[in-house]
Design a protein around this ligand. Structure first.
Ligand code: FE2
Ligand code: FE2
Length: 385
């Protein structure tokens, strides 16, 4: 069941106006979980290139060579015999989220959590972890589809070769998240409506650079920050190792986006760049909205709308986690010249939502080598070849 087109279009208007409009946020609801497929129509050109000279774009060629030596096998390189203590994982994660205590207090004051004790809070944490990993898995499938698309649409030979390696990487990511969910966690969630709307926005757009911006820079930029955060917080050895492997790949993917778009944007007019700025901002808001966890509140039997309202009112001092999710996106947008293009529209928007302070953090075009440990470990003999 695809998203209802009327609701979906209204929601795009919301992204240009009041980003905190609760009616609009609530108008996108979770899909029918019984559906096995969903269809997104689009119309794009598949491009052959007859110029086979490898290394015309040295930075992309370097990424491609790196990708070939950084392959890993999700079945063999991860220790699936590890028993996962989900309750322990949930306790570790809850310590690090001071905003949760504020939300809890507000929800209790509003009478939304009648009869809730430690058991319900623990269950909420377990559901949240099931939900989080499910959304990662769905996002990975989005990346799989988008990079298959880029392989077809990007005009540059070096980029087609790299994109093909990314398709394999994303297949592996879907595989390991799905296996972790199925064998180590206790439940599954369908794709969040805001994440689905974002993936649909990206896939519907026929311009190859928009696939890059939406997926490589925005979705994967946020994923890289979110994986890094979870990797830092959890001591669960299987998840920690899984995330470290996935991040090594993701860093190359974001770098691929930044390095390619840098060249693509150089020839663009400010009207064209304005469209990219708006697309980036809308994607950012959709990703913020997905973290409202509507489906989890619903499954826990809590009034979803009221929980969404409370979360949107979270005071600034508790927003560090939400903001850190933008810590890769903002410097990468800056590197691409998107912050200050035109009259600095995107700088203004990132300032309004409180994330502009990341503009001078490392951009992924520069830092991906540090995150890519797989090739280094293999050379050192720490990994089976
Ligand atoms: Fe991925
Ligand atoms: Fe990726």
């Amino acid at each position: 069941m695809p998203l209802d087109p009327d609701t979906y279009l209204t929601d795009r208007e919301r992204l240009r106006g009041d980003v905190n409009d609760v009616d609009a946020i609530m108008s996108l609801t979770n899909r029918d979980s019984a559906a096995e497929y969903s269809l997104v129509s689009s119309n794009f050109d598949s491009l052959f290139t007859w110029n086979y000279s490898k290394g015309t774009r040295p930075a992309l060629n370097k990424l491609y060579e790196k990708a070939k030596t950084s392959q890993w096998n999700g079945e063999k390189d991860l220790d699936w015999s590890i028993d996962v203590d989900v309750e322990k994982v949930v306790r570790e994660l809850s310590v690090a989220a001071p905003g949760d205590a504020w939300i809890r207090q507000e929800a209790e004051d509003a009478g939304l959590l009648k009869g809730w004790g430690d058991k319900e809070w623990l269950q909420l944490g377990i559901e949240a972890q099931n939900w989080r990993l499910s959304q990662f898995m769905h996002g990975e499938q989005g990346a799989l589809i988008c990079t298959a698309r880029i392989t077809e649409t990007v005009p540059w030979y070096d980029a087609k070769l790299f994109a093909a390696t990314q398709v394999v990487d994303e297949a592996r990511h879907v595989e390991v998240f799905a296996k972790y969910l199925e064998t180590k966690l206790t439940g599954y969630y369908p794709i969040n409506a805001h994440l689905e709307a974002l993936l649909n926005d990206i896939i519907r757009d026929s311009r190859w650079d928009m696939t890059y911006l939406g997926m490589q820079v925005m979705v994967e930029g946020l994923a890289l920050a979110a994986f890094g955060f979870l990797h830092m917080l959890t001591n669960e050895p299987l998840l920690k190792s899984l995330l470290r492997y996935v991040m090594a790949d993701e860093a190359r993917h974001v770098a691929f986006g930044v390095l390619s778009l840098k060249e693509a944007y150089e020839g663009m007019t400010s009207a064209e760049l304005q469209e990219r700025q708006e697309f980036a901002f809308e994607a950012g808001i959709r990703m913020r909205d997905r973290f409202l966890m509507q489906e989890v509140w619903e499954r826990m039997g809590v009034d979803v709308r009221k929980m969404v309202e409370i979360q949107l009112r979270l005071p600034n001092e508790f927003k560090d986690f939400q903001r850190l999710l933008f810590s890769k996106i903002v410097p990468n947008c800056k590197k691409l010249g998107l912050l200050d293009a035109g009259d600095g529209w995107l700088r203004q928007k990132w300032t309004e939502i409180g994330v502009i302070q990341f503009e001078d953090w490392a951009n992924t075009g520069d830092e991906y080598l540090e995150l890519d440990h797989v090739a280094t470990d293999r050379e050192a003999g720490a990994l089976a070849s």
